[in-house]
Design a protein around this ligand. Sequence first.
Ligand code: ATP
Ligand code: MG
Length: 235
Amino acid sequence: MPHTEQDRKTYGDPILEAVGVYRRFGRGNMVVTALDNIHLSVPAHSMVALQGRSGSGKTTLLNILAALDEPTEGKVILQGQQISGLSEAERSKLRRKEIGLVFQSFGLIPLMSAYENVEFGLRIAGESVKGNQEAAERALERVGMKDRMKHRPMELSGGEQQRVAIARAIAHEPAILIADEPTAELDSKMGLQVMRVFRDLVQDSGMTIVLTTHDPGIMELADYVIALEDGKIVP
Ligand SMILES: Nc1ncnc2c1ncn2[C@@H]1O[C@H](COP(=O)(O)OP(=O)(O)OP(=O)(O)O)[C@@H](O)[C@H]1O
Ligand SMILES: [Mg+2]
C-alpha cells in the first residue's frame, strides 16, 4: 500500500484514507474494540479487498469508510476532505453524491424491473429527474444488463441481480464503490462474473472499489489485499 512519498509518486494520491481509526462498541468493561488503530490508504482507480475471519472488523471498517458510521477516534479522508466528524445530514449528502454501496443481499425491490430499481435509486438519491433515464440505462449497460432491464429481480439469476444492484450503486457516478461481501450469496461462477464487472469498472471507468470477501479466488482479482485480524491490519 502506498505510504511513503515514493509510493505516492508510483501509485498517485490516495482517494480514501483512514488515519489512526478506532471503533469501540459498548462501554465500561463491556467495551469491544472492533477497530484498533487502522491506517489505510486506497489509491484512486484500484480495487482493494479486505479479508479476515468473521468478527475481524471488516464490516465495521467498510461502514466507516462509507460514512455510514463514525470512528470513535481517528480520521477518514475522502478526496482530501475529512468525512469523519461530519453531521449525520452532511454524511448522508456525501453518501448520495460520492459513495456507491453494494451489499451481500442485493436489496432490489421485487415489484420493480431492473431499470426501475436503478432509476428509483437515482430518485431517492435526490438526482433531478432530468437525465435519470439516460443515467440508469448507461449504468445497466456498464454491468452488461441493459438487454435484461425490463425484467424483475425474480426473473434474474443471483449474479444478474447483483449486477443490477451494482448498476444502482454506480448510476449517480460516485467517486468510490464500497461492497460488503458482494459475492457471498453467489456460486463461484456467478461470483466471478460479478468480480469481472468490478474489474471492468476500475479499468474502463476509473472507479475505485473497496470490498470484503471470504473467497480466495476473488482476492486474486484485487489490486491490493488487506488482512484484518482482531481489528488490526496484519502487516
Ligand atoms: N453494533 C455493534 N455493537 C457491538 N459490537 C459490535 C457491533 N458491530 C460489530 N460489533 C463487534 O465488532 C467486531 C467486528 O465485527 P464486524 O461485523 O466488523 O466483523 P466482520 O469481519 O465483518 O465479520 P463477518 O465476516 O462475520 O461479517 C465483532 O466482535 C462484533 O461483534
Ligand atoms: Mg461483515
